[in-house]
Design a protein around this ligand. Structure first.
Ligand code: BG6
Length: 468
């Protein structure tokens, strides 16, 4: 299977779509534990979701019929290593082997993420000092098993967003608001990637390895020195700690000093840290594109983070929008000319262009795959389950125009994935916030799939742009 042509596909993640949460020897992940606990106030879980575990053949066939030539999915670590004894669950591998067989049957290139939020429960949290060695072990087991059958591997999905939800907003397990733990988590995630890359290089595979970044670079409406300072600090917080070590093998001293000045105790840092990151950098960047990080100087004097998991914004309501602020560093700004989605997040197609060109500015010609781009909304289906999701089509089309322009202007864009292949569990946003190109009827005993209007639109779009 060739990863040399432009890849057009869509993406999912294990916990969000597989279901079969305790089948065939799978161990529990932290998301199983959280969803089954009293902390989960809605009681909604990914136990079954769209049951991709039993429907993958149908799902992949539909991708192929939609002209897609690549599938981004993640492996559930706790299917492969269910307990803390390093014993492999062969049935876990069997599932992914069959999934990849199916991809190969249609010439669909697998792009596989090793962990997409769902740590095994025996690891517990990202602050566990053992996590990077355990992750390296898991990664090596996966690389040895699949080898070149997986042309594109990525280590962690959205380290920044994962750490942010776990330890700033606290809406993902372990549900804390603790900047010290945010930094410990960040540090461990950096090490996880570096140590996994080290294992990967030992095998001399033809495959490539990358990381998936969740947000774009920070930007501001003004370029006064104070605004640019806010941009710099937001990038420290969201981007630089993920991408500088992974791509350049460094973490700038200025960033480390800024973190120390915030009162973070960095005594957990290994003296060999700089060498580990220096020697183990990635081959490509997976970049998710949703919205801008629009910032201004922090005038509120407070540190606070809010998300809107209620999905109740009318498109303009500033009090129901996502916000972020770190005292003395930056806070989110609002551009009144742009629309917000129902979850209070800005819709701003040009961020595709800005993100990609700024990545090139900082990281040169590194190959970039847009590993996620999508629009969450409340879909309405007709009596046959068909959804006329013009809103999603408009979103994708507008974003894609800017992404293609960045490619034309010289950014090394190699592929693009719509989030998501079909409807799935949207973490704390549950099942009502839908992203799929294919509708899943959760009321139907067989979880009936019906391609939406956007699926057919994307099929034609790919046909038109397949040889770019
Ligand atoms: C991305 C994640 O950040 O956003 C996905 O990688 C997630 O796992 C997607 O589902 C949409 O998230 P949300 O918060 O809108 O449900």
């Amino acid at each position: 299977m060739s990863k040399d042509k432009f890849l057009w596909g869509s993406a999912t993640a294990a916990y969000q779509c597989e279901g079969a949460w305790d089948e065939d020897g799978k161990g529990p992940s932290i998301w199983d534990d959280y969803c089954h606990s009293t902390a989960n106030l809605t009681g909604i879980t990914g136990d079954v979701s769209c049951d991709h575990y039993h429907h993958f053949k149908e799902d992949i066939k539909m991708m192929a019929e939609g002209n897609q030539n690549t599938y981004r999915f993640s492996i559930s670590w706790s299917r492969i290593l269910p307990k803390d004894d390093h014993v492999v669950n062969e049935a876990g591998f069997r599932f992914y082997d069959e999934l990849i067989d199916e991809c190969e049957k249609y010439g669909i290139v697998p792009n596989v993420t090793l962990v997409h939020y769902d740590l095994p429960d025996y690891i517990g949290t990202w602050t566990n000092p053992k996590v990077s060695d355990e992750f390296a072990y898991y990664a090596s087991v996966v690389f040895k098993h699949f080898g070149n059958r997986i042309p594109l591997y990525t280590t962690i999905n959205e380290p920044n967003h994962n750490a942010y939800c776990n330890y700033c907003v606290g809406n993902y397990p372990p549900n804390e608001t603790n900047l010290q733990h945010y930094c410990e988590c960040a540090y461990n995630m950096i090490l996880c990637t570096a140590k996994a890359v080290k294992e990967f290089r030992k095998l001399n595979l033809n495959s490539l390895i990358g990381i998936v970044q969740g947000c774009g670079p920070a930007v501001s409406l003004k370029d006064d020195p104070e605004y640019l300072e806010a941009v710099k600090y937001c990038d420290y917080f969201c981007n630089d700690w993920v991408l500088d070590p992974a791509i350049k093998g460094i973490l700038e001293d200025e960033l480390i000093e800024a973190v120390k000045a915030k009162g973070i105790d960095l005594s957990f840092v290994d003296p060999n840290f700089k060498d580990i990151i220096k020697n183990n950098t990635i081959d490509f960047l997976g970049q998710n594109i949703y919205s801008r990080m629009l910032v201004k100087p922090n005038t509120s004097g407070i540190t606070s983070f809010t998300v809107n998991n209620a999905g109740n914004n009318d498109g303009t309501n500033n009090s129901a929008r996502e916000t972020r602020a770190i005292k003395d560093w930056f806070e989110f700004d609002r551009d009144e000319n742009t629309q917000l989605n129902k979850w209070g997040r800005e819709i701003y197609p040009k961020c595709g262009y800005i993100t990609l060109t700024k990545r090139k500015e900082r990281y040169g010609n590194i190959p970039i795959y847009i590993t996620e781009n999508g629009h969450g909304c409340y879909d309405i289906a007709d009596e046959n389950g068909y959804v006329e999701d013009d809103e999603r089509i408009e979103f994708l089309n507008n974003y894609l125009q800017w992404i293609l322009k960045a490619k034309e202007d010289g950014v090394n864009v190699q592929g693009y994935y719509v989030w998501s292949t079909m409807d799935l569990y949207s973490w704390i946003n549950g099942y009502k916030k839908r992203y799929g190109l294919v509708r899943v009827d959760y009321e139907d005993g067989n979880l009936k799939r019906t391609p939406k209007k956007s699926y057919y639109w994307y099929k034609e779009f790919i046909k038109k742009y397949q040889n770019i």
